[in-house]
Write a protein that binds this ligand. Structure first.
Ligand code: EAX
Length: 352
C-alpha cells in the first residue's frame, strides 16, 4: 500500500515535471515519462473476466498460462486477477464494464457484441468458413484488424486479439438432429445474437435467448429442448449431462475477442504495454490450439459418457448449409453492406 502511494507521488511529480518540460518546449516529454515510469515500481492490477468455466477449459487454462508469463516478464509490475464463470456478470455486462473501466480485460464471444457493434456479427454468418484454420487466417487478416478498429470506433473498447470460442454445434434433449426437419418446432437456446436466432428460425426451430450462466438449469428443467455451443464448452460447462444428443454440424465459427479498457492500457508505460501485447498475441495462438485439441479430447470423453455424438453426412451437411443461406440477408441487414462485403471478399481472397 505505502509503496504504491510513494510511487504514485513519484509518478505524479514525474508526470507534472514532464508536463512542465513539454509546455516549455524542452522536448523529451515521452522520454521523461518513460524514465519516470520505467524507474517506478507501480504495479498495474487488471481484472480479466469471462463466462466460461474456471478450470480444465481451453480459455481458463490459456488465461492462467499467460497471466503467469505476463507477471514474470513484467517482474510483477503487471498483476492480472482472473474472474471466470460469469463472476463479474454475463458477457454483455462484462462489455459494459470494459466501457466504464470497472473491468480491464474481457474475453467475449461474438454473440454478446451485436448489441454494441452489430458489424462483428458478419463473422457469425452460418457456414461462412470451411474450417477453423480458414477462420484463423481470416482473423489474422487486415479485414479483422479493420473490424477491430470498427469495434473501437463504435464502442470505445479496444480489441487486441481474436482468439477462438469455437465451432458451434447443436445438442438436444429428445432426438438426434440429422437435418433441418429434426429441429422443427424445437425451442433452442441461443445467445442474444440476432444472427443465430435467424439461423434457428431458418431451420424451423424456435430461438430462446438465455444467458450462458442460466443455460444448464434451462436445459435440465426442460424450458428449452436444445442449445448450440462448441463441443469442449458443452463438456466443460457440464451441458452434456442434460443433453444426450450432440450433432457435429459446426454451423458457426465463433471468435473469442480479447477486449480491453483503453485507459487501462494507455496508463501503462510503453515497456509494459509491449510485454502485455506480446503475451496477448501468444494467448491467441495458445488458446486457438487448445480449443482444437480440447474439442477432440472432450468429444471422446462425451462419447465415453454415453452421449450420442453424430457426424453429418455430406448430403445432410449441405442440407443445413442450403437451409441457412437466407440468413445472409438478415446479416447484411444488421451489419450493413460495407462490413458484409469486406468480410465475404476477405474469405474469397483466402480461398484463391
Ligand atoms: O462465450 O453463451 C454462449 O453460448 C457462449 O458460447 C458463452 O457465453 C461463452
Amino acid at each position: 500500500m505505502k509503496n504504491v502511494r510513494k510511487s504514485r507521488l513519484i509518478l505524479a511529480t514525474g508526470l507534472a515535471l514532464t508536463a512542465a518540460l513539454a509546455l516549455t518546449g524542452c522536448g523529451g516529454g515521452d522520454e521523461a515519462k518513460e524514465e519516470a515510469a520505467a524507474s517506478d515500481d507501480t504495479v498495474y492490477t487488471m481484472k480479466w473476466a469471462h463466462v466460461s468455466p474456471a478450470e480444465n477449459d481451453k480459455q481458463a487454462d490459456a488465461i492462467n498460462e499467460i497471466i503467469a508469463k505476463i507477471e514474470k516478464e513484467s517482474n510483477g509490475r503487471i498483476k492480472i486477477e482472473h474472474y471466470p464463470s460469469a463472476i463479474l456478470g454475463n458477457e454483455e455486462e462484462i462489455f459494459e464494464g470494459l466501457q466504464l473501466g470497472t473491468i480491464e480485460i474481457g474475453t467475449l464471444s461474438s454473440g454478446s457484441l451485436g448489441g454494441f457493434y452489430p458489424g462483428v456479427l458478419a463473422t457469425s454468418t452460418p457456414f461462412l468458413f470451411q474450417s477453423r484454420e480458414e477462420a484463423w487466417d481470416f482473423f489474422d487478416s487486415e479485414t479483422a484488424d479493420w473490424l477491430a478498429d470498427q469495434v473501437f470506433e463504435n464502442t470505445g473498447v479496444k480489441c487486441i486479439g481474436w482468439a477462438e470460442n469455437g465451432l458451434r454445434c447443436f445438442t438436444t434433449t429428445k432426438k438426434q438432429v440429422k437435418s433441418p426437419a429434426d429441429l422443427k418446432g424445437l425451442n433452442i437456446r441461443t445467445q442474444q445474437n440476432p444472427v443465430t436466432m435467424a439461423m434457428v428460425e431458418s431451420l424451423d426451430g424456435v430461438p430462446q435467448p438465455i444467458a450462458f450462466a442460466e443455460l444448464y438449469t434451462a436445459l435440465s428443467q426442460g424450458a428449452v429442448d436444445g442449445q448450440e455451443n462448441p463441443p469442449s464448452l458443452i463438456y466443460t460447462q457440464g451441458l452434456y449431462e442434460v443433453q444426450p444428443f450432440l450433432t457435429l454440424d459446426y454451423h458457426v465459427y465463433d471468435f473469442l475477442g480479447v477486449f480491453v479498457n483503453p485507459a487501462a492500457l494507455d496508463k501503462m508505460p510503453a515497456d509494459l504495454q509491449e510485454i502485455f501485447q506480446k503475451n496477448i498475441d501468444e494467448f491467441v495462438t495458445i488458446e486457438r490450439e487448445k480449443s482444437k485439441s480440447y474439442d477432440e479430447r472432450d468429444i471422446q470423453t462425451m462419447k465415453d459418457a454415453g452421449v450420442s455424438v453424430y457426424e453429418l453426412t455430406d448430403e445432410e451437411y449441405q442440407q443445413m448449409v442450403d437451409a441457412t443461406v437466407p440468413v445472409r440477408d438478415v446479416v447484411r441487414e444488421l451489419t450493413g453492406d460495407e462490413v458484409m462485403d469486406k468480410v465475404l471478399a476477405q474469405v474469397e481472397e483466402l480461398r484463391k
